[in-house]
Structures are given as C-alpha cells and as structure tokens.
Design a protein around this ligand. Structure first.
Ligand code: 1GP
Length: 230
C-alpha cells in the first residue's frame, strides 16, 4: 500500500486537456510521487476513463479527485474527496459527498478514500467561481481553518488551493504553522523549479498542474525538489 504521507510532489492531470503520449510518459517517469486526475469542469466518465487507461501502463499511484459523481469509477489507488470549507454552497461542503455515498456507500473501500479540507484562495479561478468561495481571507482566517481541519474535523489533508496563480507565502505558512497531524497540500501557479522549491519548503506536498500543458520541461524540473528532501 502506498503511503501518501511520504509524497512530496504530485502532478495533477486535467482529463479535459490534451496531453501527448510522450508527455504523459515523461510525467509518469519523472520521479513524481503520484498522479491525481482532477479538474473543475468538463470532467466526464469518458475522459477520466481514457486518461486512466493510458496511465495504467505506469507503476506510480493514481488518484481520482472527485468533482462529480458521474465520473467516479473503480480502479484507482486512491479517491481524494474535497470539501471546500470556504465555499458558500453546501453542495461543495458535503452535498456531492452525500450523493456519492448514496450511490456507492456500500461498495466503497474507505481505506482508499482521502478527505481533503480545501481552502480556495484565487478569486479568478474556475474552482472559486463554481464553489462560490469566499477568497477574501486573512492569515487569522487561514489559521482558524487549519485548526478546524487539524484539531476538529481531524482531516488527513488540508489543501491550500490557488489554482492558476502563485499563492501568498505568508498564507501558506500560517496554515503550516497550525498543522500537527494533517498533511498540507499546496497547489496553484507553480511554474518552475524555484516556485516549487519555495512552496515545498512550507507545505508537505506540492501539486503541479497547469504548467504541464504550457511548458512541459519546466513542469518536469519541479520534481527536482525531491532531491533536496532526501
Ligand atoms: C489545481 O492545485 C492544482 O487544482 C494545481 O494548480 O494548475 O495552477 O498548477 P495549477
């Protein structure tokens, strides 16, 4: 069984975006710790299935981050289930989850399910718009969310999500300083090695997404942060 606590670096692939076989192979052989398949919109059973099938030839762990119930399927090593704590719509707290449990509750292997306490912070991102997230948060708000996740909900993962833009270091530090048990994921705007190194020095795990589709070489360089953590 894989130990997600040891993961320092994850590539997140959007099933709605095109990636060549060569690029996919480079991503999978890059020494990243895992692949997440996830996106905000146009995530369908069809495009998740096809991307997963292309990934099956590689031996690294593959997780599905669930954004809608229709695109959930068997065969993943992990299922990451977000709860967006600063969303103003209960659907993104537990509404999608309720639907998923009604459909799959009896067959879920809960050892494969990782509940992620999301805080979405880029107001211009699709995820912020879709979830109607209140992104106007102070360091104190972030600290309180971290306490909520670590000490009250006791979730395994807190995910600071700046999707599409590089985040504020002080905000990420504010979260990191409160967490004693919960693993801190940081994602958003990591576009080169230096960004990756900076966020990897604060968060437990960094998630690299968009740059894969914009500059694959730069994306691959971000994995080198693992060398300094050995
Ligand atoms: C998105 O946190 C991930 O959910 C990664 O963000 O696409 O901006 O790299 P980017």
């Amino acid at each position: 069984m894989y130990d997600i606590k040891k993961w320092k670096h994850i590539f997140k692939l959007d099933p709605a975006k095109l990636i060549s076989d060569e690029e996919l192979e480079a991503i999978c052989l890059s020494n990243t710790d895992a692949i997440i398949i996830g996106g905000t919109d146009e995530v369908t059973e069809d495009n998740v299935f096809h991307l997963k099938r292309r990934l099956n030839q590689f031996s690294l762990p593959i997780a599905l981050e669930i954004s809608n119930v229709d695109s959930v399927m068997l065969g993943f090593d992990f299922y990451f289930v977000p709860t967006v704590l600063n969303s103003s719509d209960v659907k993104y707290h537990n509404g999608i989850l309720l639907g998923a449990l009604k459909s799959f509750g009896q067959i879920i292997d809960f050892d494969e399910v990782i509940f992620e306490g999301y805080v979405v912070l880029n107001p211009d991102s699709k995820v912020a718009k879709v979830t109607q997230a209140n992104t106007n948060l102070t360091d104190e708000d972030i600290e309180a969310y971290a306490l909520m996740i670590n000490d009250m909900y006791k979730l395994p993962v807190m995910y600071i999500e700046y999707s599409g833009t590089y985040g504020e270091v002080e905000i990420v530090k504010a979260a990191a300083n409160q967490l004693t048990d919960t693993q801190l994921f940081y994602g958003g705007g990591i576009s080169d090695y230096n960004d990756a190194k900076q966020m990897a020095s604060i968060a437990d795990t960094i998630i690299v997404g968009d740059i894969i589709y914009k500059d694959i070489e730069k994306a691959l360089k971000t994995v080198e942060i693992k060398e300094s953590h050995k």
